[in-house]
Design a binder for this molecule. Sequence first.
Ligand SMILES: Nc1ncnc2c1ncn2[C@@H]1O[C@H](COP(=O)(O)OP(=O)(O)OP(=O)(O)O)[C@@H](O)[C@H]1O
Ligand SMILES: [Mg+2]
Length: 307
Amino acid sequence: MSVPPGGSVSLAGPERAEEVVHVIHAAFAARPALDPPAPALEETVDSVGKALAEHGGLIAELGGQVVGSLLLEPEDRLIALRRVGVLPEHQHHGLAAALAAGAEAVARERGFDGMALEARAELPGTVHFWNLQGYAEVDRDGPHLTMVKLLPHARRLPTAEDTRALGERLARVLRAGDLVILSGDLGAGKTTLTGGLGAALGVRGQVTSPTFVIARVHPSLVDGPDLVHVDAYRLGGTAELDDLDLDTDLDDAVTVVEWGSGLAEMLAAERLELRLERAADDVRTATLTPVGRRWLGVDLGPVLGTT
Ligand SMILES: Nc1ncnc2c1ncn2[C@@H]1O[C@H](COP(=O)(O)OP(=O)(O)OP(=O)(O)O)[C@@H](O)[C@H]1O
Ligand SMILES: [Mg+2]
């Protein structure tokens, strides 16, 4: 994540409480008035100092001045970002994104599953900003949204058999209604992985590249979910999965979409993104990114084979 020239993001303790309160007050006062008002405006040096002493926070500095900050607070397996703010005169220069990247690094280092935060529905620009950082809404209580970004997991796949085995292990966590978005270049191994998944799910028919059809339904032979295998290259950018008029209800199936570009978020709010990348030495890397409420608390370590 790029920080503007002369800028830096670092961990902060209670000794920075005064500067952090200043940022919080200035940033939150500059927002449109909300009902109920953001409690951030009631923060004091005392309350912020206490929060910083307990769990720490992050500050963004520019030319020696603290211009942005956030407070950290563990919430079960996630780390919450609170009071995220940047001084109004320093907004739109990537500082908030740099703070978000810093929080992600902290979450990774400290072994959390991901990050959570509260956003106000009345501030669509803020919600959009967090969407762009990879956060998805997982809960809504009136105007209060809970947004979460779960950390991706990666592993190397030296052989095609490793790719297939990953698909097989994926079958253990998938259930009816789930959507898997497979992205990666031509020949990265998307169909190979889906083949392993189909075999482990116990569905009928060989999984092949759905080149001549947009989608193929593989019915379950074991009273489990069907497998719907979609080639999104042919589906086109704006099409809806529901419009495919398939012979099965997507709620009763595991749906796998082979997708080349990064438009996955258009398909569903809850999804498992699996990206396959092929390096110069032909070795593939799989990166699994769970998105949405469905995946909160789901341990993907065993799927990746990393734990
Ligand atoms: N981890 C891997 N290491 C080496 N070869 C692999 C690996 N995974 C898959 N392959 C091989 O790469 C080739 C292409 O695989 P596959 O058809 O699954 O890719 P794809 O991503 O579905 O391609 P397309 O973009 O055409 O849909 C196959 O020959 C497969 O055996
Ligand atoms: Mg394919």
